[in-house]
Design a protein around this ligand. Sequence first.
Ligand SMILES: C[S@@+](CC[C@H](N)C(=O)[O-])C[C@H]1O[C@@H](n2cnc3c(N)ncnc32)[C@H](O)[C@@H]1O
Length: 397
Amino acid sequence: MKPKVVVSGREDGRRSERADERMSEGFSAEAAREGLGAYLQYLGFLISRMPPPTELARLEAPYYDYLQAPLQPLADNLESSTYETFEQDPVKYKQYQAAVRQALIERHPANGPVPVVMVLGAGRGPLVDAALYAAVEAGRTIRVFALDKNANAVVTLQNRRLNEPTWAAHVTVVTADMRSWAPPELADMIVSELLGSWGDNELSPECLDGAMRYLKPSGISIPSGYVSTVAPLSSSKLWNEVGRLREVKHFETPYVVKVHNAFQMAPAQRCFTFEHPAPEQRLTPPAEPDNTRARALTFDVSVGGRLHGFVGYFHCTLYKDVAISTDPATESIGMFSWFPLYLPLRQPVHVPDGGTVTVQFWRHVSPQKVWYEWALLHPEMSPIHNPNGRSYHIGLL
Ligand SMILES: C[S@@+](CC[C@H](N)C(=O)[O-])C[C@H]1O[C@@H](n2cnc3c(N)ncnc32)[C@H](O)[C@@H]1O
């Protein structure tokens, strides 16, 4: 990180013998003069004491402020190299393992029936491994179904079943879309990871709603729920990056981005919450879940500036207090599978010190697609961004 530092104040016009040296270090001519020299010297001292970047920061540096369009999770299949990158995450799979272990210990006595665990969206199998390790740690035996719609990933799953004795003994591999699969039996536990940068933005709710019908009445989903969170963001860098794309539709598109040159103007607040099974699915008889959402949020901004949009995160409860999170307030430190989401504003807006920002978000669902709309309500009204999903949507077909 190379923060810009502004030193302001009176300067006496004389050049110090260190001024040229300071200027060559990137300080301005004015600042390098004698009057501000002590401040510059002290800044130089602080900079020299900064710790070197961590391994994670080095890996992430090429992605700083680089806009990526979010995935179309149902239309596109992931590449093997993408799975491989996910699988390096040092936190995510450990948390899943801890969640499955705790659920097995608390819900399945060692001398009871063998629990059936279904890993839905298994990819190349790391969550299957996490479940199998958890069973060993819990002293339980489990049977696992590993399902994915991606035929390429399923080839890897089948190979693992052929080559790994634990898999051969405990795992059944299935190629199917979880929304339409007809399972041969019901599950005690459904384990999945279908989260996008803003939690529900890769259709986890729609996919898991379809799968809840093959959970036993006593069964659980890991995750049990998630909430998207959002905060106002000042970042001329990100706004200009969107502007370079030269079409309004890009200001109505959320981007996955490692937000770097930016100032989050207030703590993130909860936006859309989802539970699995959905509350409607716990009714007798169960009803179709409604995954549309609308939420207005007001943020207190103590240090004002130009508002260029919003930054989105998620907090996901796997089981009881075992969670994964990208929200700065509860962040899973070291987890790198997700960058935040940037939701731009078409026009930046000035927010004064001590001001407030009010914004409205909507999540819409049709039989074909899911999309978000958003509008600033205060300190100025903006148009509704992305009406009817005209610029960006996530396909359900
Ligand atoms: C984010 S990846 C997770 C892969 C793996 N479980 C992991 O944690 O590394 C999501 C996986 O779910 C699969 N998937 C997404 N929607 C699906 C659906 N409706 N039915 C079956 N698989 C699905 C994708 O093909 C992908 O392999």
